[in-house]
Design a protein around this ligand. Structure first.
Ligand code: FAD
Length: 359
C-alpha cells in the first residue's frame, strides 16, 4: 500500500496542518455524526496506544448559547443516547465555575464533559510513521490522476513523470480535491480562507490554560470558538464565519487587520482579563466546504476504482479515524456508500433547484 502526499503529513498548507483541533459530540440532530464521533473517540484511543503518543486532551467544552439554540438543543437527546455526559447551566452557575469568562448575553450554557482537543499536525505525522512502521510505503510527491478509461483509473502521474498504479485509489486531498477532479468537484467543494489567532496569557495566570478552562464555543448569529492550552502556542481563538475563496497552493497566509480587530473585540468582551493580551502567533488555513457542509465519501461516478474522501467543511479532523475506517470498509466491499455522504445528494438538490427555477 502506498500513501502519497505532495508536501508531507500535516504540512502548513494542509487543512490538518494546525496545532490543534476540537473534538466534540454536539452535532445538532444528525445522529450519524454523533455515532461517528463516538467511534472516533475509540479509534483515537487505540491509535494513541498503537503509536505510543498522547494526541487527545480532555478539557470538556463550554457551549455558550447567545442566539438561536436549536442546534445545541437538538443534540441533547443524542448525547444522552450515545453516552456523552453533559450539564446544562444557567449563566449564573457558569459564572461561578468559570469566573474568568464574562457570560454577558449568554442565554444558557452546555458543558460537554468528554470533549477536548486533538494535536492535529502531530497526529498526521504519527499516522504516517505508524503506517510506515507497519509496512506501508510513503512518498512525498504530487500526483495527478491519469485518464479514466472504460470506467476505471489506470494510474497516477507523478512529478518525475513516472506512473503509480494500484487496484484502488483513494483521493483524500482536502481543499485540493476540486483541483484534482475539477469537472466533478469544483462546483461541490469550495475552499475558504480562515484566520486563527493565538494570544499570549500572563505568566503565572493559569485561568486560561488547559486544566482550568475548557475548549469553548460561543454560538449565536456568529460562531467563535477557541482552545486553551493549545500546545503552549497561546490562547487560540477563531471566527467560524466562512471567509473569501482561497487557493490552498498559492494563497498567502497573512491574517488581515479586520480579522485581528474582530478577534480582539471578542476576546475583550468574553475574556476581559485578556483585553490587552498580545498576539503571539497567527495562522491562515482553509475550510473545504460542501454546499451542505457534509463530507463527501463516495466512489467517483466515472471510475469504479476511485474513491473521493473530503469536504471536511471545518469539522472533519476529529472524524479522521472513523472516516478512515469507513473508507477501508468501502474499498474492501464490506460496506455500502452512505447516501448522507454520497455525491448523488448534490444531483438531487441540483435538479430540485432547477425544477424550482422552472416552476
Ligand atoms: C482553521 C481551521 C480550524 C478547524 N477546526 C476544526 C476543529 O476544531 N475540529 C475538527 O474536527 N475539524 C476542524 N477543522 C477541519 C479539519 O481540519 C479538516 O476538515 C481536515 O483537517 C481535513 O483533512 P483532509 O485530510 O481532508 O485534508 P488536508 O489536511 O488538507 O490533507 C490533504 C492532503 O492532500 C495532499 N495533496 C493535495 N493534493 C495532492 C496531490 N495532487 N498529490 C499528492 N498529495 C496531495 C496535501 O499535501 C495535504 O497534505 C478546521 C479547519 C481549519 C482550517
Amino acid at each position: 500500500m502506498t500513501l502519497v502526499d505532495a508536501w508531507g503529513p500535516g504540512n502548513s498548507r494542509a487543512s490538518s496542518g494546525g496545532e490543534t483541533r476540537v473534538i466534540r459530540a454536539v452535532y445538532g440532530p444528525d445522529r450519524i455524526y454523533v455515532e461517528m464521533v463516538a467511534r472516533a473517540f475509540e479509534l483515537w484511543k487505540d491509535n494513541e496506544r498503537r503509536w505510543n503518543r498522547k494526541l487527545y486532551h480532555r478539557t470538556g467544552a463550554l457551549w455558550m448559547v447567545t442566539g438561536p439554540d436549536e442546534f445545541v438543543r437538538a443534540s441533547l437527546p443524542l448525547l444522552s443516547q450515545l453516552g456523552f455526559a453533559y450539564e446544562e447551566l444557567s449563566p449564573g452557575e457558569a459564572r461561578r465555575r468559570w469566573p474568568q469568562v464574562d457570560f454577558e448575553g449568554v442565554r444558557w450554557v452546555l458543558h460537554e464533559e468528554r470533549a477536548g482537543y486533538l494535536l492535529a499536525r502531530a497526529s498526521c505525522a504519527a499516522a504516517v510513521e505508524g503506517f510506515v512502521r507497519e509496512g506501508g510505503n510513503f512518498r512525498e510527491t504530487r500526483v495527478e490522476p491519469g485518464p479514466l478509461l472504460s470506467g476505471a483509473l489506470g494510474g497516477l502521474r507523478t512529478a518525475d513523470g513516472s506512473v503509480l498504479s494500484a487496484e484502488e485509489y483513494v483521493f483524500a486531498c482536502g481543499p485540493w480535491l476540486p483541483k484534482v477532479f475539477p469537472d466533478l468537484l469544483r462546483p461541490l467543494i469550495a475552499p475558504t480562507r480562515q484566520e486563527v489567532f493565538f494570544f499570549g496569557t500572563p505568566a503565572d495566570d493559569l485561568r486560561f490554560s488547559e486544566g482550568t478552562m475548557p475548549v469553548w464555543v460561543d454560538i449565536g448569529t456568529r460562531l467563535f470558538y477557541g482552545i486553551p492550552g493549545n500546545e503552549h502556542r497561546g490562547f487560540k481563538i477563531a471566527d467560524d464565519t466562512r471567509g473569501a475563496p482561497f487557493d490552498p497552493t498559492s494563497g498567502e497566509r497573512l491574517v488581515s487587520p479586520e480579522g485581528l480587530r474582530t478577534a480582539r473585540e471578542f476576546l475583550a468582551r468574553r475574556f476581559p482579563a485578556l483585553k490587552d493580551a498580545p498576539l503571539v502567533e497567527s495562522r491562515v488555513c482553509q475550510y473545504e466546504n460542501t454546499p451542505d457542509h457534509r463530507f463527501v465519501i463516495d466512489r467517483h461516478p466515472g471510475a469504479n476504482n476511485v474513491w473521493i474522501v473530503g469536504g471536511g467543511s471545518g469539522h472533519g479532523f476529529k472524524m479522521g479515524p472513523a472516516v478512515g475506517e469507513r473508507v477501508a470498509d468501502l474499498v474492501l466491499g464490506k460496506r455500502d456508500v452512505d447516501p448522507f455522504f454520497g455525491l448523488a445528494r448534490f444531483e438531487k438538490s441540483a435538479s430540485r433547484a432547477a425544477a424550482e427555477v422552472v416552476s
